[in-house]
Design a protein around this ligand. Structure first.
Ligand code: GRF
Length: 212
């Protein structure tokens, strides 16, 4: 059965676009079955609609609590027959129940060299710490934020004169490269989660694969 991917976004959706484009050109052997957002005005939703991709908005304000909104989100993803889930700039914390439903089938992209700088403002935190490198990580989604086993990282040098905006601009193309790569590994069955260890080609990953 061909994989069908659901992508969760909250904003611009450039990573979502990189996944859609990689499906279209055959880099990823899957189709995007749904783009869903917690924000009705997420720019990426419009782009997805223009590309004839099904979209959904599950807004927290329409539900009593996180458990109810996450249940609705899981139901809409399942109703579209999606086999895999990608978080791509999705800014809501997901409940443990939701994550458990998709465990081993869900990846996230994070703009830091995890385990450094989980959460927000990653580039500024790297600058403040005096780091000489920054980058991005694709990891399996687990109940704890930005903490599931890492799969791929790519890094670049921080140069004098860089600020948080320049780093974000330089890291983004890296994200657009490593996320489709990890996604193809997952949907093709090369990448698996066993317990809390990522396996690639039947080997446990002690460290994330470093791509340049
Ligand atoms: C990316 O930097 C991603 O790593 C982070 O949020 C940003 C989303 O950007 N989680 P976009 O919406 O994919 O353009």
């Amino acid at each position: 059965m061909r994989a069908k991917i659901a992508i969760l976004i909250s904003g611009r959706g450039s990573n979502m676009q990189s996944i859609v484009n990689a499906c279209a050109d055959g880099t990823i052997d899957a189709e995007v079955g749904l783009v869903a957002s917690d924000k009705a005005d997420a720019a990426g939703l419009k782009w997805a609609e223009q590309h004839n991709i099904k979209t959904a908005v599950i807004s927290a304000k329409d539900y009593a609590d996180r458990s109810a909104s996450d249940k609705a989100l899981a139901e809409v993803i399942d109703a579209h027959g999606c086999t895999h889930l990608l978080l791509a700039g999705y800014m809501r914390i997901l409940s443990e129940q939701f994550v458990t439903h998709f465990i081993g089938r869900a990846l996230n992209i994070h703009p830091s060299l995890l385990p450094k700088y989980k959460g927000l403002n990653t580039h500024q935190r790297a600058l403040t710490a005096g780091d000489t490198v920054c980058g991005a990580t694709v990891h399996f989604v687990s109940p704890a934020l930005d903490s599931g086993p890492s799969v791929i990282q790519a890094q670049l040098a921080i140069e004098s004169g860089d600020d948080a905006d320049s780093l974000a601009a330089k890291v983004l193309p890296i994200e657009h490269h490593i996320y489709p790569t990890a996604t193809q590994w997952l949907v093709s069955g090369r990448l698996k989660l066993q317990g809390d260890v990522a396996w690639l080609d039947d080997q446990p990953l002690q460290e994330p694969i470093q791509l340049t």
